[in-house]
Write a protein that binds this ligand. Structure first.
Ligand SMILES: Nc1ncnc2c1ncn2[C@@H]1O[C@H](COP(=O)(O)OP(=O)(O)OP(=O)(O)O)[C@@H](O)[C@H]1O
Length: 677
């Protein structure tokens, strides 16, 4: 193709058309390649703001990358010889070194968030196959080698959680209106933890975002019934259906096919606006007009299953010109690229040589090197950035805890109010025969309160966060263990602070054994109980998956543990068949520790008539021979508790804390793994 030298006007207009937020596409391309998607800087603050919105509707910026993708047609046993006989270089495929027909050859690429990419190529170039590999769909006939990563982490099937695939065919029920269709999809497809009101709000948002307000109440219509919405509106509706869950990654298969140029432009404009909102969009597009082509930030040119070019269209023009393929004036660049790379009937040999030369030349370009470097950087940040990810997660959990001032205040107030009520009920208990039972009751209530309030605090909030976790995990933002550890670390201070406040109020009001040592030990025991209950709450939350189920199963499981705590049932009276439950009851271990702490050093408990006449209305003291407890030792004996078990009880409480954490982590891991399949 001759260089007419008149390329400049077309290129310059193309360049300015292809601007992105005031930048040229080249700048955009360079900038997006250098941008980082982990939480930091401005992204961090916008992320923080978005955290306040509904969990599963969050959209994280993602960078999609794929490296050395090779796709072979899977050999069918019966047709084995046929597959081996496919001639090397036959249109759309060649035989690989294992004798299999290869349709994608060593393809790599990167698409950063905020980028709209057009995948272009002649028929049979491998566009649909690459799209299937990237979306992990329809691959049963192929053997795929290479890796597809999101933010530098291989996500496998998890790509489905964070991406939407808008297919070519729009299949809708013609008698429903646009809004009804979206409402139906929202009710079916959106995360179950999102309430109906929020889903309907999302429908309105999507209608607005995709410019469907005008036809929101119009019936979709069909060829058979009556005319409804236009072809462009129907395409936008397809996109809208996929956008309900606000995925950060969007794949579209020929979104403009069958539309007139105005409608097609309208659709791509919508995609452009969506990309500007930090979404990553890949479009397999057929014969776009120059105007439409100019709206794309980048182009991925495929030919004979290889990458012929990836970068901005201006860069593509320069690249082709360097190879002496110059786009004639007023010629649509998209058509020019496709025609240059097409295999024309009758000229197969020549065309294939040309394609090979172009693809080989691309490997040595700066653009190809940039892609390679970018993939490497992403992989390294995916591998080595765990500390930074951990710090970001701790920071986010802490900020969201602190920013939720109302909830935090409510929890502090709740702790103080319950502590005061308990303190007032058992105010300054006497150390006598009646007082023993009251003191034991007060201590058991302290343990019970620490258990229930902390378990419910987790059960009421953690399941709501699971949706965000699964979405972000699916996006490859972090690993399950990093998330779980960061969350535990961030929440640790609050789960320690509240029991400390609680004991500080109740201990002195009740008048438990008044030494600093006993007080500090009691604080330690109740705090440990709170931590065990939090871990137990995590088990219930990860097993249940949502707040309602967690609230339904939590108490019935907790109550048996409480029953075997040694207060309602003497330790020696536990039926043989329930002994195993006794060993899981942190109530029992904590109750024994608290009782020993309270009674161990008490050498005498007033017993019998003490020489003073009983006050009118009060119960006289029992005579000395009917006295149950003469010392703290007697109380412990009566309860079958012993100071010898102190270390064992502390060890068991710690073991339950760690054990419940491990169990809940395993359930979280299972949920995460299952979300990827
Ligand atoms: N299962 C298969 N068995 C044999 N060949 C296959 C198979 N699947 C795809 N191919 C071949 O691989 C090549 C790439 O196919 P693909 O559908 O990806 O091309 P495309 O670029 O999307 O084409 P079009 O634009 O026409 O849809 C084609 O030549 C096709 O015939």
């Amino acid at each position: 193709m001759a260089d007419t030298g008149e390329r400049q006007p077309l290129l310059s207009s193309h360049k300015s058309d292809n601007s992105y937020g005031g930048q040229t596409s080249d700048q955009h391309s360079r900038d997006t390649r250098n941008q980082t998607t982990y939480l930091g800087g401005p992204e961090r603050s916008s992320y923080e703001g978005r955290l306040k919105r509904s969990a599963s509707m969050e959209s994280q910026p993602v960078t999609l990358s794929w490296q050395n993708i090779n796709v072979f047609v899977r050999e069918k046993k019966k047709k084995k010889t046929l597959a081996v006989n496919v001639e090397d270089g036959a249109v759309g495929g060649s035989t690989g070194n294992k004798g299999r027909q290869q349709i994608i050859k060593d393809v790599s690429g990167v698409v950063k968030s905020g980028t709209l990419v057009a995948i272009l190529g002649a028929s049979g170039a491998g566009k649909s196959t690459l799209m299937n590999v990237l979306t992990n769909r329809n691959l049963k006939d192929y053997v795929v080698e290479g890796e597809v990563k999101v933010n530098g982490i291989a996500v496998g099937d998890g790509i489905r959680n964070i991406s939407a695939y808008v297919q070519q065919d729009d299949l809708f029920i013609g008698t429903l209106t646009v809004k009804e269709t979206l409402t139906f999809r929202a009710l079916l497809r959106m995360d179950r933890s999102i309430d109906k009101k929020a889903r309907l709000e999302r429908v309105e948002e999507v209608i607005l975002e995709l410019g469907l307000s005008k036809c929101a109440d119009t019936q979709i219509g069909s060829a058979v019934t009556k005319k409804g919405i236009s072809g462009g509106e129907s395409k936008r509706l397809s996109v809208a259906c996929e956008m309900l869950t606000n995925p950060p990654l969007l794949f579209l298969d020929e979104p403009t096919s069958g539309l007139d140029s105005f409608m097609a432009q309208n659709i791509v404009q919508t995609l452009q606006t969506m990309a500007e909102k930090k979404r990553t969009i890949l479009c397999n597009i057929h014969q776009p007009s120059s105007e439409i082509f100019a709206m794309f930030n980048e182009v991925l040119l495929l030919a004979e299953g290889r990458v012929a070019f990836m970068g901005s269209s201006a860069q593509a023009m320069e690249f082709f010109q360097r190879l002496n393929f110059t786009c004639p004036t007023n010629f649509n660049p998209a058509d020019f690229f496709v025609l240059t790379l097409a295999i024309r009937p009758g000229q197969e040999e020549e065309c294939k040589k040309r394609v090979q030369a172009v693809c080989d030349a691309f490997v040595d370009t700066q653009e190809a090197q940039d892609i390679k470097d970018c993939i490497e950087d992403l992989t390294n940040s995916g591998k080595h950035g765990e500390t930074a990810v951990f710090a970001s997660l701790v920071w986010r959990s802490w900020i969201s805890l602190m920013r939720d001032v109302v909830l935090f205040r409510v929890r502090v107030m709740q702790t103080l109010v319950i502590a005061l009520i308990l303190g007032l009920i058992y105010l300054r208990l006497d150390l006598d025969q009646k007082g023993v039972m009251n003191i034991n009751g007060a201590m058991f209530l302290m343990i019970t309160n620490a258990s229930f309030s902390n378990m419910f605090a987790v059960v009421n909030s953690f399941p709501n966060e699971l949706g965000i976790f699964l979405r972000e995990y699916g996006s490859g933002l972090y690993r399950t263990d990093v998330y779980y550890l960061a969350k535990s670390v961030a929440e640790f201070p609050t789960f320690i602070l509240l029991p400390v406040v609680f004991v500080a109020v109740t201990y002195w009001m009740i008048g438990l054994h008044e030494t600093w040592q006993s007080y500090l030990i009691a604080t330690g025991i109740v705090t440990l109980v709170a931590l065990v209950a939090v871990s137990f709450g995590y088990v219930i939350s990860t097993v249940a998956g949502n707040v309602s189920i967690a609230l339904a199963i939590g108490p019935p499981i907790l109550i048996p543990f409480m029953m075997f705590g040694g207060f309602f049932l003497n330790d020696d009276s536990v039926p043989v068949y329930f002994i195993w439950l006794k060993y899981l009851s942190w109530f029992k271990f904590a109750n024994e520790l608290m009782s020993v702490n309270q009674w161990e050093d008490i050498t005498s408990i007033p017993c019998g008539f003490n020489g003073t006449a009983p006050m009118p209305g009060s119960t006289p003291m029992p005579p000395a021979d009917k006295c149950l407890y003469r010392s703290g030792e007697d109380v412990l004996q009566y309860l079958s508790f012993s100071a010898d078990n102190n270390l064992l009880n502390i060890g068991l409480l710690c073991a339950l804390f760690v054990g419940f954490r491990i169990i809940s982590f395993l359930f979280l891991l299972i949920r995460a793994r299952r979300s990827k399949t």
